[in-house]
Ligand binder design. Sequence first.
Ligand SMILES: Nc1ncnc2c1ncn2[C@@H]1O[C@H](COP(=O)(O)OP(=O)(O)O)[C@@H](O)[C@H]1O
Ligand SMILES: [Mg+2]
Length: 363
Amino acid sequence: MAAVRLDKVRKVYPNGHVALKEASFEIADGELLVLVGPSGCGKTTLLRMIAGLESISGGTMTIGDRVVNDVAPKDRDIAMVFQNYALYPHMTVRENLGFGLRLRGVAKEEIDRRVDGASGMLGLDERLDHRPAALSGGQRQRVALGRALVRDPAVFLLDEPLSNLDAKLRLSTRVEIARIHRRLGATMVYVTHDQIEAMTLGQRIVVLNGGVIQQLDTPMNLYNKPANLFVAGFLGSPAMNLFHGTLRRADGLVLETRDGAIALGSDVAALAAYVDKPVIVGIRPEDLLTVGDHEGVAERLRAHVEVVEPVGNEVFLNMRQGDDELVARVPPHSTVQPGTDVALGFLPERLHFFDPETTARIG
Ligand SMILES: Nc1ncnc2c1ncn2[C@@H]1O[C@H](COP(=O)(O)OP(=O)(O)O)[C@@H](O)[C@H]1O
Ligand SMILES: [Mg+2]
């Protein structure tokens, strides 16, 4: 296994498109790092650059203690699982798993040993003599994973490997990948556009947007302290509620919005510089509390309930306050009715503040 280091790595495609602007970070030896961001943000480009399938326009890429900028893919000791994997239809599962090793001239006994190991790990033992056509989608996906496993590479690269599976299979295969990672202690870079996949799988997560790294942190830190509005909005479903207004100092800090004023109750030191200036205040749906259901939570705003969505273990209240839409996530026994007004409060320490101009987190 090996660490991977990117130092000011850049990618400009021949047509002039800048797909990656100066990415600098390190993937530790044995770490599972997730790369997440919307479609087109540069995830596949970055992964293909680590693999050597895409040239590096600037900066330095290191795997282990070797600079690999000019090292051919086959000499980088990496294995990649692609989004659109293709199995050889005329080969059995066993042959599909061993094919890459055979091409490399690995001895037959060694191939058998590694194929049996991967097959056991992925629960494919019963299927080794079947052709891909006889497998379910989930089993085919596991064969694709198995082809990477048998290689026993220094680094695994996975590009949205679960996107072709249905929701239930995605979940179970995700757990399987986490288990394999723990068992092998392998260095893995996992690409996804799915924030749930990213949050559950990553030890650390890189959030990418428009070829620019927005934040690199643990899942909980990303969620609790998003570095900017993009990260705040991208992670979390339903998304964080945002209030636009001007910060005023009365008794305490107050957000003056078009529809009134919200007493914020908090006095983060860094906010002093924003008094009488525009700010954006964020609060997650689970932190927007219905007054009366929580002891000691005072009313800070009122909203009109438009749609109530029970999802079993919780209820989403879709509300409107003036021009703004709000969502609260409340316990399943909530009796709030659509068409009524509700009083809402929050704990001041659960608020997030952002600079509307730079979009960066304040404090
Ligand atoms: N060969 C190429 N030439 C020019 N632009 C490309 C090429 N490949 C990808 N791009 C562009 O680079 C950006 C990043 O693409 P990609 O890395 O595939 O994004 P993601 O995997 O995050 O969806 C996109 O805007 C895409 O259109
Ligand atoms: Mg992609």
